[in-house]
Design a protein around this ligand. Structure first.
Ligand code: EPU
Length: 333
């Protein structure tokens, strides 16, 4: 978002030994610790972080054939999209729709990233993490990660530093075209839906919504979706439909429904491109809050608070911020 202040202390974690050393130091000095991946999904207070920032820069990607499939161990500091590009290039399916997502690979299992019909949890075999408290390494199988929509054990219990994830991927000639936007792209272009064509299609769709970080696209100066899509009980849908029959709602697990946060924002009267001083809603996507130039963290949380309040007043639904907020908070509801 290009906001926020400095770190009091900062370490580039490029090895397991470096991580242990840094954690020991933080313990002995009683410093708070902030684990930083790519920094693309983060809003840090303008006063900065008064503690030790661990920048996870562990690199490496190893593959291991297991029957017809491939287990791929990805170190947490690898740029996520570089990993996706390599896996697509290797002809491995299951992650091609996750193309164009910024940030580091270690963040992927923490918030169970998902886009265009795929979620990382579908292909995670295990995640390795180090306890911030004890420094011990633990391997979590997929079940133990307790994944759900944009959530996991690691997000709920942030005392783990993810150091690597292992994906289990099958070779595939064709990519996933289950998402409506991707289907539309291919029915318009008529090209075969190979893995690399699906990656290119997703990149192109994301670019059209300014959801690919690009220094030449000022509308991409944000952290993607600023709120998660609310998951609500059927009685909420019934109440909403009584007033607004066309409210989009998608059935999800346990009889619940997923609402579209972007739609709720626009229908609460905050159109794409709405400005709040130096911050605005992206002209391409109402769910993205962008820095229009020279904004500070307070501007971002102010805008987010207004959006959340307006959606609540209109629909009685509370939006939950999606990025990690450090030292800042939205106004209480
Ligand atoms: N919509 C609007 N106005 C807008 C934008 C969207 O009304 O300005 C409505 C439309 O009805 C549209 C629907 O929202 O059909 C869905 O929009 P979109 O396909 O862009 O998806 P999204 O629900 O807004 C989610 C993820 C994105 C992911 C896309 C594609 C969340 C919070 N966001 O967005 O992930 O790329 O689906 O799969 O789940 C992210 O998490 O940062 C992120 C970008």
């Amino acid at each position: 978002m290009a906001v926020g202040g400095p770190a009091r202390w900062f370490v580039n974690v490029d090895s397991a030994a470096r991580l242990c050393e840094a954690l020991d130091l933080a313990h002995s000095r009683k410093w708070s610790v902030l684990v930083l991946g790519g920094g693309s999904n983060l809003v840090i207070d303008d006063t900065g972080f008064d503690g030790l920032v661990l920048h996870i820069n562990l690199l490496g990607l190893q593959t291991n054939m297991e029957g017809g499939a491939t287990a791929v161990r990805v170190a947490a500091g690898e740029p996520f999209d570089r990993v996706i590009q390599r896996l697509v290039g290797m002809g491995l399916g299951g992650v091609e729709c996750l193309s164009g997502i910024p940030g580091a690979a270690g963040a992927a299992p923490i918030q169970n990233i998902g886009a265009y019909g795929q979620e990382i949890c579908e292909v995670v075999q295990s995640v390795e993490a180090v306890s911030l408290e004890t420094g011990m390494t633990k391997c979590f199988d997929r079940e133990a990660c307790d994944f759900s929509y944009r959530n996991s054990l690691f997000k709920r219990d942030p005392h783990w530093v993810v150091t690597s994830m292992t994906l289990f991927l099958e070779p595939s000639e064709y990519g996933n075209v289950s998402y409506r936007d991707v289907q539309r792209f291919f029915s318009a272009s008529g090209t075969p839906t190979t893995l690399s064509a699906v990656r290119d299609a997703v990149l192109s769709i994301r670019r059209s919504k300014s959801m690919v970080l690009d220094p030449n696209d000022p509308n991409s100066r944000g952290c993607g979706s600023f709120f998660t899509n609310p998951i609500v009980e059927p009685d909420v849908i019934n109440r909403l439909r009584a007033d607004t029959p066309d409210v989009p709602a998608y059935p999800t697990q346990n009889g619940r429904f997923k609402l579209s946060a972007g739609w709720l924002i626009e229908h609460a009267g905050l159109k794409r491109g709405t400005r709040f001083g130096r911050v605005g809603l992206s002209p391409k996507h109402a769910l993205a809050i962008i820095n229009l130039g020279g904004a500070c963290a307070k501007d971002v949380v102010h805008a987010a608070s207004v959006v959340r309040r307006q959606v609540f007043d209109q629909f009685g639904v509370v939006l939950v911020p999606e990025p990690v907020l450090v030292g800042v908070a939205l106004d209480p509801m």
